[in-house]
Design a protein around this ligand. Structure first.
Ligand SMILES: Cc1cc2nc3c(=O)[nH]c(=O)nc-3n(C[C@H](O)[C@H](O)[C@H](O)COP(=O)(O)OP(=O)(O)OC[C@H]3O[C@@H](n4cnc5c(N)ncnc54)[C@H](O)[C@@H]3O)c2cc1C
Ligand SMILES: NC(=O)c1ccc[n+]([C@@H]2O[C@H](COP(=O)([O-])OP(=O)(O)OC[C@H]3O[C@@H](n4cnc5c(N)ncnc54)[C@H](O)[C@@H]3O)[C@@H](O)[C@H]2O)c1
Length: 448
């Protein structure tokens, strides 16, 4: 019989928390989830899910563009109706998860959680004790500390907009800017991107980033490189953004997409001896913090691997397995796919071209599958991938440019993690015709 109120308490209810919470309650542990905002966290309510829902109709428009002269091109997206659709589909997901947690016997406490010591959490006016504690508090949008910062909006506001502004400006050259600019330009809005560096999308294949930015430019997106935003002022119903170099831009809406900041403040980490940096909570190879009964999981971790939903889920499942003793080994990550949901998408798995160029043992090949698979790949002629092959003729990495990149990269994730050879692929039969079977056929040829 435990002397604590709970065996395991989670601060946060996103993917980094609930996969473990479900596994632990099914292992007969007494489990609590503490959440101060919306059950299920960022991905479900304010990230991946609403993003991909809103992007769906624009993906159809993108595909329509490949059939000019065959399909009528005058389709438009009605943003207010799309927003109504989002409001019907997304909020019930949180409620559905809450009901599932309660049915399974997980106690839910809706308030801010603060550690008082290594086993005690203050939740509003109440206090609970727990043998183990998992910090899964995620991140929040960065807000530039500049005069007029109150006039900026963030990714959450963008996905709540009742109408698309006529003129929209994004600050930052990362994931959120690229994905939302891809959508906004297709509504007919004037779109500007202000980035303080000389490139977009650091970490992605440079050739593919070049193809994407060129395509967005051809659709009308204005890129302003090497521009540091200095201040924003309100000018009647509009905003004026001024940069350090003196450039000014009058716009209807400014989205600050300059990154995300780990939620470590106001958590009482000092009271419990948990160490952290500005990048998040520091852990050992078992995701234990400096206080061994306290683990950390997901976006709040100080980690070099991508801060994504599948990595948060992987960590959450690992923690449950470690607590129950099913896995006593240190955490080992497999190759992790990263997908940018622009139109078209960019995806990457395993070794990158940039890394391969530094290693004589690796070969890079470009596969122009869009041109070669015209009928299977729906006329998307510029779709392509760079694949990286090792000396044993195994696929160790791939970088993809194309509408189906998110699905294709999952097939290639399997190939990279399982170290498959051309012979392995030949031993299997795949459904035909499909974009993935065409790509697998080409891969077989390249691995010979
Ligand atoms: C716009 C956007 C799009 C994205 N798209 C993708 C995508 O396509 N694919 C992908 O893999 N990833 C995507 N991500 C990233 C993904 O959402 C995160 O990696 C994932 O949600 C991390 O899960 P988490 O559980 O660590 O954190 P979160 O889901 O952020 O959960 C943390 C929870 O903790 C709560 N909390 C914080 N502090 C406290 C406290 N003191 N007390 C109580 N509760 C607290 C918060 O309210 C929150 O609900 C996107 C993110 C954004 C913002
Ligand atoms: N498809 C996906 O998986 C997906 C989609 C959206 C978001 N996310 C997650 O959310 C995170 C946040 O997305 P994001 O686009 O906000 O961040 P990001 O890290 O992708 O990009 C931030 C951008 O802001 C710039 N920047 C940083 N500080 C700045 C400053 N002071 N002034 C001007 N520019 C500055 C950076 O140079 C970079 O270009 C991502 O890193 C990712 O983990 C993932």
């Amino acid at each position: 019989m435990t002397r604590y109120d709970y065996d395991v308490a989670f601060i946060g209810s996103g993917h980094a928390a609930w996969h473990a919470a479900m596994a632990l309650v099914q292992a007969d542990m007494k489990v609590a989830i503490i959440e101060e905002d919306t059950i299920a966290g960022t991905c479900t309510n304010f990230g991946c899910n609403p993003k991909i829902l809103l992007e769906g109709p624009f993906e159809v428009l993108e595909e329509l563009g490949h059939y000019k002269g065959i399909l009528s091109q005058d389709t438009t997206v009605d943003w207010p109706s799309l927003m109504d659709y989002k409001k019907k589909v997304i909020p019930p997901m949180s409620e559905g998860l809450r009901q599932m947690f309660e049915q399974q016997g997980i106690d839910i406490h809706m308030n801010h959680g603060t550690l008082q010591d290594a086993h005690t959490i203050a939740v509003g006016e109440e206090t609970f004790t727990s043998d183990k504690i998992i910090i899964a508090t995620g991140q929040h949008s960065n807000a530039l500390d500049i005069p007029g910062k109150e006039y900026t909006s963030n990714s959450r506001d963008f996905m709540d907009m009742e109408s698309m502004p006529e003129h929209i400006t994004f600050i930052g050259g990362g994931f959120i800017t690229a994905e939302f600019a891809s959508i906004a330009i297709k509504t007919g809005a004037e779109v500007h991107i202000i980035t303080h560096s000389d490139e977009m999308l650091r970490g992605f294949n440079r050739k593919h980033v070049g193809m994407l930015t060129k395509k967005l430019e051809s659709e009308g997106v204005h890129f302003h490189y090497n521009e540091d935003t200095a201040e924003i002022s309100k000018d009647g119903g509009r905003y004026t953004l001024r940069t350090e170099s003196g450039m000014t831009l009058s716009t209807d809406c400014i989205i600050d997409a300059t990154g995300r900041v780990p939620n470590v403040a106001g958590l009482g980490l000092e009271n419990a001896g948990v160490r952290y940096t500005k990048n998040g909570i520091q852990t050992d190879g078992y995701l234990r913090t400096a206080q061994p009964n306290i683990y950390a999981s997901g976006d709040v971790l100080d980690k070099t691997i991508p801060k994504l939903t599948p990595t948060a889920t992987f960590e959450s499942e690992y923690i449950a397995a470690h607590i129950t003793g099913m896995n006593t080994e240190p955490l080992k990550y497999p190759a992790i796919p990263n997908v940018l949901y622009t139109l078209p998408r960019l995806a990457t798995i395993g070794t990158t071209v940039a890394e391969a160029e530094e290693d004589d043992a690796l070969t890079v090949k470009t596969v122009e599958f869009g041109k070669r698979l015209l009928f299977e790949y729906k006329n998307e002629t510029d779709a392509q991938m760079d694949i990286i092959i090792d000396q044993d003729k195994r696929l160790v990495g791939a970088e993809i440019y194309g509408n189906d990149a998110a699905d294709l990269v999952n097939v290639l994730t399997f190939a990279v993690n399982q170290k498959v050879t051309a012979q392995d692929l030949s031993a299997m039969i795949f459904a035909f015709p499909s974009p993935s079977s065409g790509v697998i056929d080409m891969l077989k040829f390249e691995l010979l």
